[in-house]
Design a protein around this ligand. Structure first.
Ligand code: PEP
Ligand code: MN
Length: 367
């Protein structure tokens, strides 16, 4: 299904500092009035477009801090009055949306645990019908691009054109160096499908640890993200939620200053060296295709042989051998085991599909 989104450029949203990187920062949660105001004052002279603070916190386990609720919206109103910053909070249902609108919250975001649920997103969208407010949609917890797009479409359908996406990583089982796996190819594909869509990165929830935030932010900038949402707290270690991943306002300033914002490079500007290198890439991609085609042909010949000799498709020993020798060869060539194993698993899967089709093809006998 192909769709387009009707989007208003961020320069028309009525917020300041919209140059790359657009920055949204503030604490994971609003905890006390003093903490919210102190963080906001420490950020007001930094190039932050929007001050964030979670009021209703969707927590994985109960009996953890679930947010201060509507009371905290008054503190955000105070942030607006005292610092002139725009303020944002997360809404997870229609009631939150009405409450936030009642307190003149400037920007809303939909959290990862809400984006997964089309009913919840639809309910929020309907609550916002006819309201002129910027809304950001975080990616769903699971790596499902269509679900992410679906949420953006639901909001767009009720007339929200100040729309952005936030890449906060995806949940996966087991240990990983990241709290949420970035799967960068998913936001990249979102950008390819909707080139005009504002997409910002949330290194705090991807990294889950302070020391990963700078490198993730730099990577996001190098991958052409439009901005960053970063959690900032005046005393991170004592934060009531996400303590390990928040930066102090000073660390945030230093982190942003350390970023190298490289130019995007337009077609006209493209250096001829780059054009040459891209031609080489195109050439190798072409060769890869030819090789894959040739390999699949041999694979179907093996399929014919297995059918004629009544053999099963999967020969586990052979597959182990192929994988191991490829990883060993790749290693000598400086190609990571992860890359080789992903590529060969995909190729092997395709071979199996081809051969399964062959051995099951019913021969139509003509008498
Ligand atoms: C948050 O921004 O604090 C939050 C809860 O994020 P996410 O929805 O990405 O988990
Ligand atoms: Mn958080």
């Amino acid at each position: 299904m192909k769709t387009t989104l009707n989007l208003l450029h961020v320069n028309e949203w009525g917020i300041k500092n919209t140059d790359r990187p657009l920055l949204i920062s503030g604490p994971c949660s609003a905890e006390t009035e003093e903490q919210v105001l102190a963080t906001a004052h420490a950020l007001k002279d930094q190039a932050v477009s929007v001050f964030r603070a979670g009021i209703w916190k969707p927590r994985t386990r109960p009996n953890t801090f679930e947010g201060v609720g509507s009371e905290g919206l008054k503190w955000l109103t105070k942030v607006k009055q005292e610092t002139g910053m725009k303020v944002a909070t997360e809404v997870a249902n229609a009631k939150h949306a009405y409450e936030a609108l009642k307190h003149n919250i400037d920007v809303l975001w939909i959290g990862a645990r809400t984006t997964v649920n089309p009913f919840a997103v639809q309910e929020i969208a309907e609550a916002l019908e006819g309201v002129d407010i910027p809304v950001f949609v975080k990616n769903p917890i699971n790596p499902d691009l269509e679900l992410w797009i679906g949420a953006l479409e639901r909001l767009n359908a009720v007339g929200i054109t100040k729309l952005g996406a936030i890449h906060r990583g995806f949940s996966s089982y087991g240990d990983s160096s990241f709290r949420n796996a970035p799967n960068w190819q998913i936001p990249i594909e979102l950008k390819r499908r909707f080139p005009e869509l504002l997409i910002i990165n949330d290194p705090s929830h991807i990294g889950g640890k302070r020391n990963l935030i700078q490198s993730l932010s730099q990577k996001a900038m190098d991958l052409d993200f439009d901005g960053l949402m970063v959690e900032v707290h005046t005393d991170p270690d004592k934060a009531w939620s996400d303590a390990q991943q928040q930066l102090t306002p000073a660390q945030f300033r230093e982190m942003i200053q350390s970023l190298r914002i490289r130019s995007k490079g337009s077609v006209e500007q493209t250096h001829s060296k780059l054009t040459d290198l891209r031609k080489k890439i195109d050439h190798f991609d072409h060769e890869l295709m030819e090789l894959l085609e040739a390999r699949m042909k041999v694979s179907s010949e093996i399929g014919d042989f297995k059918r004629d000799n009544n053999m099963i498709v999967l020969q586990n020993n052979r597959w182990n051998e192929v994988l191991e020798q490829s990883i060993a060869l790749g290693n000598k060539k400086g190609l990571s085991a992860e890359l080789i194993s992903r590529i060969f698993k995909a190729i092997h899967q395709e071979s199996i599909n081809i051969q399964t089709d062959i051995i099951n093809k019913v021969e139509v006998k003509v008498f």
